[in-house]
Ligand binder design. Structure first.
Ligand code: ADP
Ligand code: ZN
Length: 728
């Protein structure tokens, strides 16, 4: 940024309001001036809002006529590096800057006085008298594994008054302790020796070390268990040795204590953590320590990318292909791509780790834009599972059953030998559809274009789009006939019933996110399974990621065709990644594993590729197909989503846009639609989508801006631009 960093007259301020304000506003600088990037409080209408100084203002204004900045907070200003990154991200994602800025100011705690602060922790006595409110407080503390909370935070989380918390202190059930507000993070020691690396690992680690200190992106590819984590921890060590900070991004679900313990074993202390389970006070502490350079390594979910690092030298994106890196609400961005953007502005190295990279990353490596490092086999003696299909056309299967005789036999054989088997079905709940056998009506959500899914465990119907639930009705809501509603198709809960019926002697564990009250309960279950306290594991998507069950030797996929339906051009890629990942759960230790896919189309090219056909050939074929269609990663794509309470106006606006597409045609872009969005109604709002497709080198954002400029929308209609949409 060219402006000098100190302003005495006017200051432009990016304000942090809930409503999107398109651009920074001009204010009079406070008495004595302020820094670029300073956190300030400014008046906005009748309100006082938080903002960040964003340049010197337009100039040519009469400073005396502007409203003045109220106060400047006594915290380090936001660095140019982060401000420039946010600006570029706002431009790339076509989001107003203040909205992007909000991502980077999630936990500033600016008004906090320094010094000591009281925290509240679990004591070792039971309260003499237990009430619902007291029980909730204790529950919150237990769920967070003994962490300490500030008074107001604890009361808020438990939904009780602060008096309840204080009352518990008197009974001895809680302990009140004084701690320095910002306890330092423990030092990590990069000089501690890591594991002795295999030849392939050592070569990869050496290549990463050689690239340390400058911007570059590397794809680190290797099957699950090949030792990628060990390799990128070496890159972390090198970064720390240089005195710079490192960030490891993981899908939220993979942020396990197992991973944190591994970091601790390697560096002698735990890293900073940033994810939805971290308390607000902890977030503030980490946020400040990042800026002060006092935390060396942060392990976090995608939003950790916006922390104010003092000197970020490395970003690892583990499981880089994971769709949870794409934020689908608010600011629409892919954290993997934004990691590359941020790193390029601060001379940081990026490592994208995956067993099944996204086609985007694969293509960037092919094109030589990214370095590629391969770890071939699994580390040590563990071998890749043997893969096979079960042709469901040949299986004699009863109705309302989904495990064919072949799979039953295989499971029995494993369990008889004291091994574990896993049955994978990527569908939560009991049954995906509830149908009336009298009139054929299917129960749908009142607010979304989605069917209600029966959840027996919750004893309710649940909408997987908006989360709305309702009791399972006795009468059909359409024809009012009683007792005719029936579940159709399997979810994991129904599969569990079948397993209990077929394998009455086996110990069964069901892993599905909604069967556990808290992340901690789920983690405990996973630890139990790892110790062998289950014979058959039934799971949804959450079992596919990163858990290590040493005794698991068989993975059975109930319905391998599930992801191949529909018209999404990414379906092949997604199915390939998921199936390979699930199969990778089998045979992690000494025992060789097997993965069996139940399918009605064993000859389908994607199924054949999953079975261990030549993986590079599969990617090349996928790449050729996308190239022929001119879609990502070989073309550029944007989704335009119009949403509002009524369908008709959305189509009218869409058609108007489609007709007036000169700005797009100028860059050779095409517009498709309007058409109902993949999810055509959510939370009572209709959604209509248009897709814009352009050549790789076309200036897409500029053309979109020109195209949408001056568009007047009714107040209840929203337009969102989704650059690089997940489905197309
Ligand atoms: P990935 O990240 O590719 O799934 P990991 O790094 O988690 O693989 O390694 C798989 C398993 O092998 C882990 O239990 C890890 O501790 C072990 N492992 C990996 N590399 C080594 C090594 N060089 N020496 C000893 N154990 C290793
Ligand atoms: Zn809904």
């Amino acid at each position: 940024m060219s402006e000098p960093g100190w302003f005495e007259e006017g200051a432009r301020v990016a304000v942090l309001t809930a409503e999107p304000i398109g651009r920074p506003l001009d204010y009079r600088a406070p008495e004595g001036g302020c820094y670029n990037g300073a956190f300030v409080e400014v008046p906005l209408g009748p309100r006082k809002v938080l903002g960040v100084v964003w340049g010197a203002g337009e100039g040519g204004f009469d400073a005396a006529k502007l409203r003045a900045v109220n106060r400047v907070f006594d915290v380090p200003p936001m660095r140019d590096e982060l401000r420039i990154f946010l600006e570029r991200m706002a431009e790339y994602t076509m989001t107003p800057l203040p909205q992007v800025l909000r991502l980077a100011t999630r936990a500033p705690g600016l008004g906090d006085p320094p010094g000591m602060r009281k925290i509240y922790r679990l004591g070792d006595r039971e309260p003499s008298r237990m009430t619902d409110a007291r029980a909730r407080v204790l529950e919150v503390l237990e769920e967070h594994g003994g962490a300490g909370f500030y008074l107001s935070e604890l009361a808020h989380l438990a939904g009780v008054t602060t008096q309840v918390v204080k009352g518990l202190v008197k009974t001895g059930a809680l302990i009140e302790a004084e701690v320095p507000r910002d306890q330092p993070f423990p030092r990590l020691d990069p000089a501690r020796p890591g594991k002795a690396l295999s030849e392939a690992q050592a070569a990869a680690a050496e290549a990463l070390r050689a690239g340390s200190g400058a911007y570059s992106t590397t794809l680190l590819k290797g099957v699950t268990g090949s030792g990628k984590t060990e390799v990128y921890l070496e890159a972390v060590a090198e970064c720390l040795r240089k005195g710079r900070q490192a960030l490891v991004l993981l899908p939220e679900i993979a942020l396990s204590s197992e991973f944190l313990s591994r970091v601790e074993a390697r560096f002698g202390a735990r890293p900073g953590e940033w994810h939805s389970g971290v308390t607000q006070s902890e977030r503030r502490r980490l946020w400040k320590a990042c800026g002060a350079g006092e935390v060396q390594l942060v392990v976090g979910a995608r939003s950790a990318l916006f922390l104010p690092f003092r000197d970020l030298g490395l970003i690892v994106v583990d499981e880089e292909h994971d769709s949870s890196y794409k934020q689908e609400e608010g600011v629409l961005y892919n954290a993997r791509d934004m990691a590359v953007l941020r790193a390029s502005g601060c001379s940081a190295q990026v490592v994208l780790a995956s067993a099944t990279p996204s086609l985007e990353t694969w293509a960037n490596a092919e094109a030589g834009k990214y370095q590629r490092l391969d770890l071939g086999a699994r580390f040590g003696t563990a071998e890749l599972p043997e893969m096979g299909t079960i042709d469901m056309r040949d299986e004699a299967i009863e109705s309302a059953h989904w495990i064919g005789p072949t799979l039953v036999k295989e499971v029995l054989a494993r369990v008889a030998e004291g091994q574990q088997a896993m049955l994978f079905l990527n569908r939560r709940g009991y049954a995906p559809v509830t149908i009336c056998r009298a009139c054929g009506h299917q129960i749908g959500c009142d607010h979304c274009d989605a069917r209600m899914v029966e959840h027996r465990f919750l004893k309710r119907l649940v909408c997987h789009q908006c989360g709305e639930t309702k009791p399972i009705p006795v009468k059909c809501p359409s024809c009012e006939v009683e007792g005719k509603l029936a579940p159709v198709g399997p979810g994991v809960e129904r599969l569990a019933e079948e397993v209990a019926e077929r394998f009455p002697d086996a110990r069964l564990a069901v892993l599905s996110s909604d069967l556990f009250g808290s992340a901690r309960a789920l983690k405990e279950k996973i630890a139990e399974i790892a110790q062998g306290e289950a014979d058959i594991i039934i799971g949804t998507q959450i079992v596919a990621k990163g858990h290590n069950f040493p005794r698991l030797t068989l993975v059975g996929v109930i319905d391998a065709d599930l992801g191949l339906q529909g018209s999404d051009l990414r379906a092949a890629e997604k199915t390939f990644q998921l199936m390979r990942q699930v199969a990778g759960r089998a045979g992690r230790a000494e025992e060789k594993g097997a993965a069996l896919l139940q399918t009605y189309q064993p000859e389908h090219p994607v199924i054949r590729a999953i079975l261990g056909g030549d993986e590079e050939a599969f990617w090349a074929q996928e790449a050729a197909a996308r190239q022929a269609q001119g879609v990502p990663p070989y073309g550029r794509m944007a989704g335009i989503i119009l949403s509002g309470p009524d369908l008709q106006p959305l189509f009218e606006i869409g058609n108007h846009l489609a007709r007036n597409d000169a700005a797009l045609r100028r860059i050779g872009a095409q517009v498709f639609g309007p058409a109902p969005a993949p999810i055509a109604r959510v939370r009572g709002r209709h959604r209509v989508r248009m897709l814009v497709k352009a050549e790789k080198s076309a200036p897409l954002q500029g053309a979109l801006k020109a195209w949408l400029k001056g568009l007047k929308l009714p107040t209840n209609v929203r337009l969102a631009v989704d650059i690089d949409p997940q489905s197309f």
